[in-house]
Write a protein that binds this ligand. Structure first.
Ligand SMILES: Nc1ncnc2c1ncn2[C@@H]1O[C@H](COP(=O)(O)OP(=O)(O)OP(=O)(O)O)[C@@H](O)[C@H]1O
Length: 866
């Protein structure tokens, strides 16, 4: 069970009160410490919800949470464990700080948007995105946004060049048209900013920038701070992420903030990480700095290699290098240097070596490569030779068109107002030719108060409602209940009135209280629940009698309420329970109406709408008053949408729109079936999220709407089944989708799959060094260990011709060389038993090349094989 922790580990586990920095060379048990700290703090009385655990990758976070649950045997789900981006996007959405239908975009979307702005500038040969040009403009746009908000001290990308460019935008505002033609980067950065703003799109940098802005401008301290937090991999945080961490730390009373990291493993400067951050933390944590000093991953013969490298190549003070008691003797082939003539021969050789590693059936082998192309090449070679392998590089399963199309299906099911999800879906199934057309289409719909569901139906929701509202009698209603569980809770108050031809019917008010033996909650969030007093002061009806009175009152009229599905479902379930009847009505939702009509509000709660739209009425949380406020909201919606219906019809009838509707219409039945399941509890259907992912995938695949995704998708399904379990059988598919949609669409990566025990059957992994960070394998082969990969050839070229480059370029190349040296260190230190370093003296183009200079100090340790 529990491990025997060494003194330094124990000191880190027990550290509390104040700021602490734990410096941890590879393999010293950081992950164990982070988990054990939570266990310890919790038994010392720190509540889970006061804890915040930030990590660099979600993979690391998921592993940690599983271990906490295993270790404590109790549900630790209230603790936030995850990366800073995910924390910030949850923070922005849950506090309604950004419009609810804001779309979050990834690098692929960024590339697509920029290529739409100027295909020549942002792509090579008009097709392949030019990563450098895209990164430069995205970084500049982040810089401009941060400077404009007055966050320059925490700029994610603060190169001198950016400052010069920023100066140019002063006085120009956001008008890209005014930028002199000689400065295309500035022009495109501004266009990109505007593009995102108009369409309510945030990229990953915007998420951080916006979250930080709200956290630091929080005069009433409305946002939660944490008195206990720990941050892993601090060396990889960018300055803004660190500033956010600081904002989130509650330092007014007793607090514990622990930062863990290793400067020798900092390899993410391209994402904005800065080495100076650790220096600042050392200053802040003076007197509270702990150096972990024992490596538990690798035996001495390997650790000697890592330590020699760290000391001689990276310049680490030898006093700080870890030691080990593991003196397992070295086997003949445990440290191998393999030289091949050509890259092709190198791959063949590695493939034939797999036989050797196969002698150890319980062990895993990682082949670490410097680039995605090399990962493809070696992975294919292995497969050709019958060696199953799991490749994590290049296009991740979760970034493929097929996966994005599938996950978008669930996104729009969860929130039909999520524009980007529609774009992905429309493009994914071939309903539109490009994402750009998709974006224009969805924007056009939004301006006409519609979503693509209206196109599938052939008539807008707004029109359907308006017709009923104008011509029929409806029942507007609201309920107050004992809680949010539609199956178990009781309706306590029902208020309603009738509306005929758009006018309230005089004398039609209905307002009753029903008897309940359940407890009425005293508080609704942080306000006192008025229902308790109301209930105590007034007569209540017998439940059966009251419910029957309401059914008689409704007759066959259509119903309307705000966020009506909740009231409707609890009504159905109370009627089923008390009266043994199934009731079905035609229902309309003012929440959906207002979301169509005003798609970009930050919040759609009644209270917010009343003040934002200047409506009459109040949201008192008593059904009679709330339903009255709803009437004013519906009036507003009707008046705001009356004149648009004719335009909507015209748009839907347009030939091109009809074509798209035809294409999208192929999903109509599937949408209908899935929608019908959304609010049904799992015990009734047994159809949890993984089941539905598979079903929708199979059907879409069968209709040839998405490409097959192969074995990795099956692993993902197992992952979804084991990780996205329901908290209770009363949970619905809708609850499950909304709980995991963020993971499903924005944060999963293939790395998450291999860290979950027992999911991946392959024992051979092929991955880039960046993807291998934080993982460990018995056997590691480092492929293509040549000068040109370590360090990268562009760096090498600049350093060889220093005179033809500016001092800034030379300095930058020197920094990058150091980072490549650290990357090499990360790569070799993944090994638990055997390490093979492989290179060839001629590359794919038959040019000669040399082995990496990073080997110079550790060469004597290796058995040299030609
Ligand atoms: N006190 C201990 N006794 C025995 N094994 C330990 C102890 N502490 C950690 N380990 C083991 O050592 C290995 C390395 O730990 P871990 O993966 O947490 O390292 P790390 O510090 O995160 O490394 P890296 O920075 O390279 O990712 C793991 O297999 C872990 O279970």
């Amino acid at each position: 069970m529990g491990k025997l922790y060494d003194n330094k580990q124990r000191a880190a586990i027990n550290a509390s009160n104040g700021h602490y920095l734990v410096l941890a060379p590879p393999g010293c048990g950081k992950t164990d410490i982070l988990t054990e700290r939570i266990v310890r703090a919790h038994s010392d009385g720190v509540a889970y919800e006061d804890m915040l655990c930030l990590t660099f990758t979600n993979r690391a976070s998921r592993g940690m949470k599983n271990r906490i649950t295993q270790r404590l045997g109790e549900d630790a789900s209230q603790i936030y464990v995850g990366n800073v981006h995910r924390f910030c996007s949850n923070f922005l959405f849950s506090n309604a700080l950004i419009p609810e239908n804001t779309s979050i975009i990834d690098e692929t979307d960024q590339a697509d948007i920029l290529m739409t702005l100027d295909n020549n500038y942002f792509s090579k040969d008009g097709k392949v995105p030019d990563k450098n040009a895209i990164t430069e403009v995205c970084n500049l746009s982040a810089y401009i946004a941060q400077r404009r908000l007055g966050q320059p001290q925490h700029a994610i990308f603060a190169e001198t060049e950016m400052e010069q460019f920023f100066k140019m935008t002063e006085g120009i505002g956001f008008d890209a048209g005014k930028v002199p033609t000689a400065f295309p980067k500035v022009k495109y950065a501004l266009q990109y900013i505007n593009y995102k703003r108009e369409r309510f799109i945030l990229d990953f940098d915007d998420i951080l920038i916006t979250a930080y802005e709200h956290l630091r401008n929080d005069p009433h301290e409305q946002f939660r701070r944490f008195p206990w937090l720990q941050v892993d991999e601090v060396q990889d945080l960018n300055p803004l992420q660190m500033a956010i961490v600081d904002e989130l730390t509650e330092i007014s009373g007793n607090f514990t903030a622990m930062y863990l990291g290793d400067e020798q493993q900092a390899i993410f400067s391209f994402l904005g990480a800065k080495m100076s951050l650790l220096r600042q933390l050392k200053e802040r944590c003076k007197g509270n700095i702990l150096h972990l000093e024992r490596n538990y991953r690798s035996p001495k013969y390997l650790l000697d290699v890592f330590n020699t490298y760290a000391e001689k190549e990276l310049g680490v003070d030898p006093v700080l290098l870890p030691t080990t008691d593991n003196d397992t003797p070295k086997g003949k082939y445990d440290l191998l240097l393999a030289r091949s003539e050509t890259s092709e021969q190198e791959r063949e050789r590695i493939t034939s070596m797999v036989k050797f590693y196969n002698k150890f059936p319980d062990e895993r082998l990682a082949i670490l490569v410097p680039t995605n192309a090399m990962a493809d090449a070696i992975s294919n070679k292995l497969t050709e030779n019958g060696y199953d392998n799991f490749k994590i590089s290049g296009t991740d399963l979760f970034k493929t068109k097929a996966y994005k199309t599938l996950s978008s299906f669930f996104s729009v099911l969860n929130n039909e107002f999520c524009g980007m999800a529609w774009v992905r879906l429309l493009y994914g199934i071939g309903a539109v030719e490009s994402q750009n057309l998709g974006r224009r289409f969805v924007l056009a719909l939004q301006r006409l108060m519609m979503t693509p569901f209206d196109i599938i139906e052939g008539q807008s929701y707004v029109e359907r409602f308006n017709k009923i509202y104008e011509t029929q009698e409806m029942v507007f209603f609201d309920t107050e209940t004992t809680g949010l569980n539609v199956l178990e809770d009781d309706i306590v108050q029902i208020a309603a009135f009738k509306v005929r031809h758009g006018r309230k019917v005089e004398g039609s008010d209905f307002n009753i209280l029903l008897h309940t033996s359940r407890e009425i909650p005293k508080m609704l969030g942080n306000i006192v629940n008025p229902l308790e007093k109301e209930y105590a002061a007034n007569k209540h009806y017998d439940r059966r009698e009251g419910l029957q009175m309401f059914l008689d009152y409704i007759g066959y009229a259509p119903l309307l309420g705000h966020n009506v599905l909740y009231d409707y479902h609890i009504l159905q379930s109370n009627v089923r329970r008390e009266l043994g009847k199934e009731v079905v009505y035609d229902v309309y939702d003012s929440l959906k109406l207002i979301r169509c009509i005003r798609p970009n509000l930050r919040c759609y709660k009644l209270e917010y709408l009343i003040s934002e739209l200047g409506l009459e009425g109040k949201n008192s949380h008593l059904a009679n008053e709330d339903v009255e406020a709803t009437r004013h909201l519906v009036d507003y919606c009707y008046n705001a949408s009356r004149d648009i219906v004719a335009q909507q019809r015209k748009f839907i009838q347009h030939e091109e729109v009809q074509r798209i509707a035809g294409s999208l219409g192929r999903l109509k039945t599937l949408f209908g079936e899935e929608k019908a399941l959304l609010s049904v509890p799992l015990w009734k259907t047994g159809r949890h999220i993984a089941h539905e992912l598979k079903r929708v995938y199979d059907l879409m695949n069968g209709m040839k709407l998405i490409e097959p995704m192969g074995g990795k998708f099956s692993i993902f399904l197992k992952y979804a089944e084991s990780e996205w379990t329901a908290n209770s059988q009363n949970e619905t598919l809708g609850d499950q989708i909304s709980a995991h949609i963020n993971d499903m669409t924005a944060s999963l990566s293939e790395g998450d799959l291999i860290n979950s025990e027992g999911l991946v059957k392959e024992r051979i992994f092929v991955m880039t060094v960046h993807k291998g960070k934080g993982l460990e394998f018995e056997n590691v082969i480092l492929l293509n260990a040549v000068d040109g990969s370590y360090p990268f050839f562009t760096v090498k070229k600049i350093l060889q011709n220093r005179n033809s480059h500016s001092p800034e370029e030379v300095n930058k190349a020197m920094r990058e060389r150091k980072e490549d040296a650290r990357k090499f260190y990360v790569a070799i230190s993944r090994a638990k038993k055997r390490l093979c370093i492989s290179y060839s003296v001629r590359n794919n183009n038959n040019f000669s090349q040399e082995r990496t200079p990073f080997l110079r100090h550790i060469l004597p340790y290796f058995l040299n094989r030609k």
